[in-house]
Design a protein around this ligand. Structure first.
Ligand SMILES: Nc1ncnc2c1ncn2[C@@H]1O[C@H](COP(=O)(O)OP(=O)(O)OP(=O)(O)O)[C@@H](O)[C@H]1O
Ligand SMILES: [Mg+2]
Length: 264
């Protein structure tokens, strides 16, 4: 198996005054190149903390992480360029993650200024051409690049965030609750978009969601988190068909309710 990510005995402790919170507790994880991992679990179970460490936006207090065979644990920012060029993140709230004072075109092409990203786009494509390509890929009109984020709807803003993440042709897209701020009506569109992109470009996808429909749609592998630990993991279809933990069964039980409500 071609490993893209490996995490061993990963932990992250936070201090809340005198109280200590073990947000991530001894997590082991392997993500193969081209894999699509879904991370689910109740609020506060450590999902965001885990993926922020994978994206090197936060540091573990114990354990080790490898990306593409390189250990990234403890690397300084200036040595993380290879990871910054290869891993892009889409955040939960599409408005607060986009700079309100920048035009959409500049937001999307900003990651292309990095030297490593330029090398990655090895066909020497211009920023303008790449901008046109990714706008097309996410289904936004070409003329939106002169406008500002607040001029768009929530669904369109999340498309902008996805376009920015895709612009450098990353190997990995990490999406933390990518559709939970969106209306039900645009949720399916953005989900289908992510699924198509993953299929067409062979993206490695890591998706956090408390909505199991989202990960079932997007992911071939599932990790279930509780109190900072992965309590169950496996191929998505297997975990669905035969959950081993009461906790997982309870999470899964929420899904049919949503479906019934929608179809009734
Ligand atoms: N920067 C921080 N400082 C202190 N505590 C934090 C910090 N980030 C997270 N925590 C704590 O770590 C635990 C896990 O939080 P985390 O945000 O990773 O959970 P989550 O699974 O993403 O939850 P949600 O589904 O609500 O987004 C929580 O107890 C939270 O309060
Ligand atoms: Mg979270």
């Amino acid at each position: 198996m071609d490993e893209l990510y490996r995490a061993e005995a990963l932990s992250r402790r936070f201090s809340h005054g005198r109280r200590q919170v073990l947000a991530v507790d001894n997590v082991h994880l392997v993500v193969p190149r081209g894999g699509r991992l879904g991370i689910v679990g109740e609020s506060g179970s450590g999902k965001s903390t885990l993926v922020r460490m994978l994206a090197a936006l936060d540091r573990p207090t114990a354990g080790r992480i490898w990306f593409d065979q390189h250990e990234i644990t403890g690397l300084r920012e200036r040595d993380l360029g290879f990871l910054r060029a290869s891993v892009q993140m889409v955040f939960q709230d599409p408005l607060s993650s986009l700079n309100p004072r920048m035009r959409v075109g500049d937001i999307i092409t900003e990651p292309l200024r990095s030297r490593l990203v330029r090398r990655q786009l090895d066909d020497g494509i211009s920023a303008d051409r790449r901008l046109a390509e990714v706008l097309d890929a996410v289904g936004l009109p070409a003329d939106c690049s002169d406008r500002f984020p607040h001029e768009f709807s929530g669904g369109q803003r999340q498309r902008i965030a996805i376009a920015r993440a895709l612009a450098p042709r990353p190997e990995v897209l990490i999406a933390d609750e990518p559709v939970s701020a969106l209306d039900v009506s645009v949720r399916a569109q953005v989900l289908n978009l992510l699924a198509d992109l993953a299929r067409e470009s062979g993206l490695t996808l890591i998706v956090v969601s408390h909505d199991l429909l989202v990960v079932r749609h997007l992911c071939d592998h599932l990790a279930v988190m509780k109190n900072g630990s992965i309590v169950e993991s496996g191929p998505t279809a297997e975990v669905y068909a035969d959950p081993q933990q009461d906790y997982t069964r309870a999470l899964l039980a929420a899904v049919p309710r949503i479906q019934t409500r929608r179809s009734s």
